[in-house]
Design a protein around this ligand. Structure first.
Ligand code: F6P
Length: 534
């Protein structure tokens, strides 16, 4: 069973099996406006989805049944919604004034960040040789990388104060290429790790330190390292100066942490005001999430729609396709946000969930995707709902580019819905010079079923504010789905097993311990050791 029983949505799914999205528009000339919702500078057009008023009504009823309003209040008021780790998930306090005790802590650190960043930009703080910093390399992984990296890429069209690089992978090629064209005298490192125990980050940090030490020839390199962590003593033990350690807290989850000091690379790249504007945009979405009725609430509607496709129409994946080159890292960011949050199979009470939870999230920027995987969207065998994300203006686009980009996005969304009939395909083959019988037999390959759903999420332009709202929208959508599925969106125990095992495997690889695993792992270890003789 994949659906959630007892709310009539299973029979709605059967009823809509034969329905055509395009016919919904023919029957209701107001559909586009009735299914379009706005908040915080975002325009959410849900009209090309496989839903009608009856389905939407039942989805809202499902949300009420799950006490959605109370659960939203629980999140925003700092209740311990992260049940397995027995703590709040209060990332919204990093951009709102509540809950007061968390928000007050957040403000102090934001002020410290602004002061520090201003010193870097003005040249008051410099590198070991007296040169001002011109490049910042953020070393972190997962939530300590994906959020700031995505934001820096998304705001690439804004004025840069410092150039940013991001190193996450323990594969040495990552840091090697970041260091290759960097100048040690003017490179600042942000060591971003909530736990400050993540092996990849610590290994990369050590490599960065060795690289600096080699260039500094005994000079003091302390000004080159900033750390962000919830365990400051570990960063101090690593050697980061206490006044260059910016704390975060256990009530901020890694994948929700870009609003905390983890976002310092954003402030270093563009200035403290841009970082503040990003938070303001998110705060506007937070207020909308808290106050709007469920039936007009953007994160609630997107979350419910996702459950509809996942649990009732059996979609296994969800595509995210931003028509904005600068948003090309959004799919990767949302993969962690959605799949690490809701890739769960037990309820908050520890019972096995009798329905499916998070879909696979994937995607790529348009129009690039059109020339790779869109074929499958149009003619493959699976139902894949798509989120098209579309900034209508791009201040840096040379003449002629933006209309072409927007036209492509709208054309894709319409083509998915309309498809192409067999008859139309047959006529096209005839026009290409095929005989009647050839056209008849070739037509099915050229025909497209259509009726493939998509959401169009527009904004006037990609600004710090609209980007903040967009990220908060998806954060809250994920929470809404966790409420429907009755799972904890804020832990990630599944990730821990691999981390623990890696330590044992590393020991076996170094020959320090004779550990036996399974035939396959043991063989690979033996192969590695034969290639790395002591
Ligand atoms: O990959 C698992 C994870 O725990 C993420 O949730 C987190 O964002 C990432 O590791 C990095 O952790 P840290 O910030 O503690 O280095």
């Amino acid at each position: 069973m994949t659906g959630i029983d007892g709310n009539g949505l299973e029979s709605e799914a059967i009823r809509l099996k034969e329905a055509k999205i395009s016919e919904f528009f023919l029957r209701d000339s107001e559909r586009a406006s009735r299914f379009t919702f706005q908040a915080a500078g975002l325009i959410l057009d849900l009209s090309k989805n496989m839903v009608d008023d009856s389905v939407m009504g039942k989805l809202i009823a499902l949300a009420k049944c799950r006490n959605m309003s109370q659960r939203i209040e629980a999140l925003l008021s700092g209740e311990r919604v992260n049940s397995t780790e027995r703590r709040a998930a209060a990332h919204t306090a990093l951009r709102l004034d509540q809950p007061a005790e968390y928000a007050a802590l957040a403000r102090t650190i934001q002020d410290r960040i602004s002061t520090y960043v201003a010193c870097i930009h003005s040249g008051a703080v410099r590198g070991f040789s007296g040169k001002p910093f011109t490049r910042v390399i953020n070393i972190g992984i997962g939530g300590s990388d994906l959020g700031p990296k995505m934001v820096c890429s998304a705001l690439d069209h804004c004025e840069h104060k410092l150039e940013t690089r991001f190193v996450s992978n323990v594969d040495g090629s990552d840091i090697a290429s970041a260091l290759a064209d960097s100048d040690p005298e003017s490179t600042l490192f942000v060591l971003a790790s909530k736990t400050f125990t993540t092996q990849e980050t610590l290994r990369n940090a050590q490599t960065a330190r060795l690289w600096l030490q080699a260039a500094a020839d005994g000079a003091d390199i302390a000004s080159h390292f900033v750390a962000v962590t919830a365990v400051p003593e570990r960063a101090e033990a690593f050697g980061v100066a206490a006044d260059q350690i910016f704390p975060m807290w256990d009530w901020v989850g890694g994948r929700y942490s870009l609003w905390s000091a983890i976002g310092i690379s954003i402030a270093l790249a563009f200035g403290g005001e841009v970082f503040a504007a990003l938070r303001n945009g998110a705060a506007e979405m937070d207020r909308h999430f808290a106050q709007a009725p469920l039936s007009e609430n953007l994160p609630v509607l997107m979350g419910l729609l996702g459950c509809w496709y996942r649990n009732y129409l059996k979609a296994q994946t969800q595509a995210i396709i931003p028509y904005a080159h600068n948003l090309r890292l959004l799919p990767a960011y949302l993969q962690q946000l959605e799949m690490e949050s809701n890739g769960k199979s037990v309820t908050r009470d520890g019972e096995a969930v009798p329905y499916t939870t998070a879909p696979v999230i994937w995607g790529e920027s348009g129009t690039n995707g059109q020339h790779s995987f869109h074929q499958l969207l149009h003619q493959g065998t699976d139902l894949i709902p798509v989120d098209f994300i579309l900034p209508l203006k791009n201040p840096v686009a040379p003449d002629g580019h933006q209309p072409l980009l927007v036209a492509n996005c709208l054309a894709q969304s319409r083509a998915l819905m309309m498809g192409k009939s067999l008859e139309q395909a047959r006529i096209e083959f005839l026009k290409d010079g095929c005989s009647a019988s050839e056209a008849q037999s070739l037509a099915p390959a050229r025909a497209m079923p259509g009726n493939r759903p998509s959401t169009l999420l527009m904004m006037e332009a990609l600004t710090p504010e609209t980007l903040g709202a967009l990220i908060a929208l998806y954060e809250h959508k994920v929470y809404v789905q966790s409420v429907i599925w009755d799972i904890n969106a804020f832990d990630q125990w599944g990730v821990e097993l691999g981390k623990q095992l890696c330590g044992d495997v590393l020991q076996a690889m170094s020959g320090l311990a004779e550990i036996k695993f399974d035939g396959s792992t043991d063989n690979a270890i033996a192969r590695f050791r034969s290639m790395h003789p002591k």
